[in-house]
Design a protein around this ligand. Structure first.
Ligand code: PSU
Ligand code: MN
Length: 303
């Protein structure tokens, strides 16, 4: 399926057609979430890990105005090394397309494009959500409203803990997005295993997650299913340190007057500096775990 607006690589198109396992991967984590040169390494490593598991990776991004499902390694490397690329949420997509620009796609845009290409499973680090102070700033990620009408399964370590996690869970409820803990009834806090909030449901296997997806599809419901996968016990940031760093990070956003789509990259970078790069290692462990689980879900749902 190729139009002038969206290009699906031959490999991904064939895998979708033949109902082989495919996992979509976002690219804002590459362009705006991780520092160079780790960003390119992480992106290529995620693809390699999926291939080793018998899954076709579909990294999604925008190259010269063309929304691309299944970027080549060269395209991934080029996006990762380019300072001038945009962060492309869904409202940006038609503009970036028309102006011939390039960019990393957020969870919102990646989910939209994955679904359009027939891909049902998607891995990210942490979703966007409701920011602290949103009751006055209205800063809530478009990830939430797009997932409310995009029937994919997203594997994520909860939402980034830089967010107002409680408010984000409330919004997920309002938007009818089911949240399944993977082998836990605690909502993960991205850098830590437990955000402090509980979950109603957990699943114990990729097959159980797929059963929920099938039930959703049988009902004709349009929402994504969120599979919340906590980082490994030994990989998390020490929870006390985590809480102190977050409080400082929010104060810094206010002091520096950061707003809009710059907020998430600013907060992630603040946490990275405050932890002497350890948060980066946690971020990578989170991402690796989510990619691996998404691969298992894709395998369980294929055929
Ligand atoms: N998780 C990460 N790093 C990131 C993001 C998530 O570990 O860079 C990105 C995702 O692409 C997500 C976006 O969709 O941040 C949310 O940005 P905003 O809050 O502006 O919607
Ligand atoms: Mn925002």
């Amino acid at each position: 399926m190729t139009s002038t607006a969206v290009r699906v690589s031959d490999e991904v198109a064939a895998a979708v057609r033949e109902r082989r396992p495919v996992v979509a991967l976002e690219s804002t984590i590459i362009t705006h979430g991780l520092p160079r040169p780790r960003n390119a390494e992480v992106a290529l490593e995620a693809e390699a890990a999926l291939r080793d598991a018998g899954v076709v990776p579909a990294t999604i991004g925008v190259v010269g105005g063309v929304a691309t499902v299944g970027l080549s390694s060269d395209e991934i490397t080029a996006l990762a090394g380019d300072d001038g690329v945009d962060k492309v949420s869904l409202r940006d997509l038609p503009v970036v397309g028309a102006l011939g620009r390039s960019g990393g796609t957020t969870v919102a845009t990646t989910a939209f494009l994955a679904h359009r290409a027939g891909i049902t499973v998607f891995a990210t680090g942490g979703l966007g959500g409701v920011h602290h102070g949103a009751s006055t700033t209205f800063d809530e990620s478009a990830d939430l409203t797009v997932l409310a009408r995009t029937p994919v399964l997203v594997v994520s370590a909860g939402v980034k803990s830089i967010l107002d996690v409680g408010a984000t869970l409330e919004r997920l409820e309002t938007l009818n997005i089911p949240v399944l803990g993977y082998r836990t009834t605690r909502f993960p806090g991205f850098y830590v295993r437990d955000s402090g909030f509980g979950l109603l449901y957990s699943v114990d296997s990729p097959e159980q997650a797929v059963a929920v997806v099938r039930a959703r599809d049988d009902l004709g419901l349009p929402q994504a299913v969120l599979l919340a996968n906590p980082v490994g016990e030994h990989d998390q940031l020490p929870p006390d340190e985590h809480d102190a760093i977050l409080a400082a990070a929010w104060a810094e956003v206010e002091r520096a007057g950061i707003s809009g789509n710059a907020t998430t990259p600013f907060l992630l970078d603040h946490v990275r500096r405050a932890t002497g790069d350890r948060s980066l290692e946690v971020n990578l462990a989170v991402y690796r775990g989510n990619v691996a689980l998404a691969g298992q879900v894709a395998v369980a749902s294929a055929g």
